[in-house]
Design a protein around this ligand. Structure first.
Ligand code: PHE
Length: 345
């Protein structure tokens, strides 16, 4: 009988060692310490033993019962402790900040371009586009700049090298958006009111104020009785909407082969308001665009009779505007894809 108890003891402790979760532990408890468990069975059978053996075996069985109960409690505490630890390891601190989601944003040029377009849209202008790779004809010829015209020197040109049958069919990267004027007038009749935003290209070394690629917005209005006063009114309204209602505007004579008369439009300096500073080169004024009345020769070429119709046109650089507004002193920042710069807008 005593042997049975010892055997039970070693089996029970052995199994307890291998128990690794609370369910197994409960099964173990029922098996050895439960009301129908092995140990109770032994204790019950003590009655059948002679008194001497009963005392020895009984004492040993009771001792074992206590030992098993103590071990059970210890094991239980153990399992609970490790359950807590693994819960802690798996737990999420929901109060921690999440991974930031990077939001895309519009390029500063795009933002200003949209602003400009909105202003002209509200004045009844339509938005059109033309090709960036352009025929020499549209970029120069039709704009009153034949091959030997000295004004072509104003536009350092990137020529596109490809085979054509005839010499007068040469392609280039458009140096300004003015060719879109011709494309529009070829296809439609007055009244015309369009603006044409887009990229232009110049064969130039880059520096803080020059890029070989930049944006322009072209404007064109053709109708009966359009005068220089309409041009002035339109551009004055535009500059005030873009730069603030207290803006001053200056129109001075300038020369472009495709307009007559030609003007250059300036606003009073954003930094010194006309007093003269570094930004405006001490003049108090900042040039923002070129404009003029469409040259009769240009109208005639697209079969619009200059004796009946007249028009005005203007062209402005886009990057100039955020540069002035935010005090950006290097145009190369715009297209060098540096997020430290771009994410500021
Ligand atoms: N195309 C001219 C330029 O790029 C600007 C301009 C447009 C001037 C329309 C007059 C009329 O310099």
């Amino acid at each position: 009988m005593l042997n049975q108890v010892e055997e039970l003891a070693s089996k029970a402790f052995d199994e307890l060692d291998r128990v690794s979760d609370v369910n197994a532990l409960e099964a173990w408890r029922i098996r050895y310490l439960g009301r129908k468990g092995t140990l109770i069975r032994i204790l019950r059978s003590l009655l059948t033993l002679p008194p001497e053996e009963r005392r020895v075996v009984g004492a040993r069985a009771n001792e074992l019962k206590k030992a098993l109960e103590t071990s059970l409690a210890a094991k239980k505490a153990d399992l609970e402790q490790s359950a807590v630890i693994s819960l802690q390891r798996e737990s999420l601190d929901v109060t921690l900040p999440g991974h930031p989601v990077l939001l895309g944003r519009l390029h500063p040029t795009t933002q200003v371009l949209e602003e400009i377009c909105d202003i002209f849209k509200s004045m009844g202008f339509q938005i059109v586009e033309g090709p960036e790779v352009e025929w020499e004809y549209y970029n120069f010829e039709a704009l009153n700049m034949p091959a030997d015209h000295p004004a072509r020197d104003m536009f350092a040109t990137l020529w596109v090298d490809f085979e054509t049958e005839s010499a007068d069919k040469t392609m280039l990267l458009r140096t300004h958006t003015s060719p879109v004027q011709i494309r529009v007038m070829e296809k439609s009749r007055p009244p015309i009111r369009v603006i044409a935003p887009g990229r232009v290209f110049r064969y130039e070394a880059t520096d803080a104020t020059h890029e070989w690629m930049f944006y322009q917005v072209e404007g064109l209005a053709v109708d009966k009785n359009i005068t220089l006063a309409d041009l002035k009114g339109t551009l004055f309204e535009f500059t005030r909407r873009l730069f603030g209602s207290d803006r001053k505007c200056r129109f001075r004579c300038d020369y472009f082969p495709f307009v007559e008369p030609g003007v250059e439009v300036a606003i009073d300096c954003l930094a010194c308001r006309g007093a003269g500073c570094r930004l405006c080169g001490n003049s108090g004024w900042i040039e923002i665009l070129g404009a003029g009345m469409v040259h009769p020769e240009v109208l005639r070429r697209v079969d619009i009779d200059p004796d009946i119709y007249s028009g005005f046109a203007f062209g402005m650089g886009v990057e100039r505007i955020p540069m002035l507004r935010y005090g950006i002193d290097d145009i190369r920042l715009f297209y060098s894809n540096d997020l430290r710069f771009l994410t500021q807008f």
